[in-house]
Design a protein around this ligand. Sequence first.
Ligand SMILES: *Cc1c(COP(=O)(O)O)cnc(C)c1O
Length: 434
Amino acid sequence: MENTKELYAQMGINETVYACAKKAEEALKDKFLKIDEVAEYNQLKVVKAMQECMVGEACLLGTTGYGYNDIGRETLEKVYAHVFHTEDALVRPQITCGTHALALALSANLRPGDEVLSPVGKPYDTLEEVIGIRPSKGSLAEYGITYAQVDLLDNDAFDHEGIKKALNEKTKLVTIQRSKGYANRRSFGVKQIGELISFIKSIRPDVICMVDNCYGEFVETIEPTDVGADLCVGSLIKNPGGGLAPIGGYIVGKKEYVENCAYRLTSPGLGKEVGASLGILSPFYQGFFLSPTVVASALKSAIFASYLLDGLGFSVLPTPTEDRHDIIQAVTFGTPEGVIAFCKGIQAGAPVDSYVTPEPWDMPGYDSDVIMAAGCFVSGSSIELSADGPMKEPYNVYFQGGLTYPHGKFGIMKAVNQLLEDGVIGIQDLKNMI
Ligand SMILES: *Cc1c(COP(=O)(O)O)cnc(C)c1O
C-alpha cells in the first residue's frame, strides 16, 4: 500500500525503519496466526460465559447508594467466575488498581501469626510495601504477618528443595507472580504454575495458592485457576478491562477466600451485598468482551518490538520466537539514553499527549526513579501502548499494550525512529537487518 507508506513518512517514520518493520512482519506471520487462534478460543469462552449468565440490557445499567441487589454487578461477577472456572468472583470499581486487589486478597485471607511465602523470588515492587519487605504504614508486617521468600534457581527454575524447607506450620498463603514485572526473569506459563501449585499442595494441601495474574489474562487458553490456583488476582486497567474499563480490579477463586475479600473490601457483615456500580458496568462488560482480541494486539506488538530490537542487537526477553505467557516485552538498553529515547518515541506515537516529553520521576511505590511513556485514554492504563523503565542498572525498558496492532506497530516504529534520531543506533544497524 503505497499511500500507507506515505502516511508513515508524513508521521516521521524513516524509510529504513519502515523497511525493517516490513521485514519483521513477514518473519512473524506464523506467530501472528497462532496468536489469532488463541484469541478466537478466548473470544468464544467469554461470549459463552455471557450467554450462560444471561447478560441482559438491564445489567449494563447501574445502582447508587448502597447498591443492594445490583443485577449488573452480580451478573458480571458470575461471568468472571464462568470464564475463570471458579466458585466465585469479586469484580469491583471500588478496587482501585492491581496493587489494591493483591493487598486486599492478602490482608483478607491472612491473620496475625500467619506467614506468606513467595516461592518465585521477590514480588512486584509495589507489593514490597504491602507485605512490609520495605517498611510501610499499614503493611502486613505491622499486623504481625511474616514473609518468607525462596528465590528462583539460575535458569529461572523453581527451587523445590528450598520451597519444601520454607513451607512451615505458619505458612497460610503462597503468592505466585505470573508475570516477570520488573524482575529479570522469565514469566511463567500457566502449566508451569500448575506444576508449582501441585508440588506445594503435595506438601501442604491446605495452603492457599494465590496467583498475581496481572498482564497474563487471555494470553493462553487456560488461566491459573484452571490448574489449581485458589485465588487469582488482576487489574482491570490491564488485560481484562480491554482498554475500556476506567478503573477496577478482580479477584476470582474459591468461595470462602473471595468472600473474605468482600468482607475486607466493604465491611464484616456486608461483604458482596453492597457496592453501588454507579453506571460504570457497561465498559466493564464491553471491555471484558474485547479483551481477548486486545490482548492479541498487544502480543503481536510485543513480538514485533522483540524482533526489531533483537535485530538491532539489544537483549530482549522474551525473544521473538519464545512462547509468551504475558504481554510484557523487556528490552535491555544498558544506558539511560536508550531507555529515554525509546520511551520518548512511544509517547510520540500516542493518540493522547503525543506532544509531551516523558521524564524520569520518583513515583510512589517504586524504589528508583521511573520513566513512563503513556498517552492513554485511561490514565496509566498499561493495556494501552505504554513503556516504562526504572532508571537503574541494567537499564531495561518494559513495554506493553497496544489496543490495536496497527497502533502498537506504529508506536514501536516511532520508538526505533527515536533511537536513530538520538544516536543510540545508527542507520547501518537498521540496514544490517534488511
Ligand atoms: C501491574 C502489576 C501489579 C500492580 O498493579 P497496579 O495496577 O499497577 O497497582 C502487580 N503485579 C504485577 C505483576 C503487575 O504487572
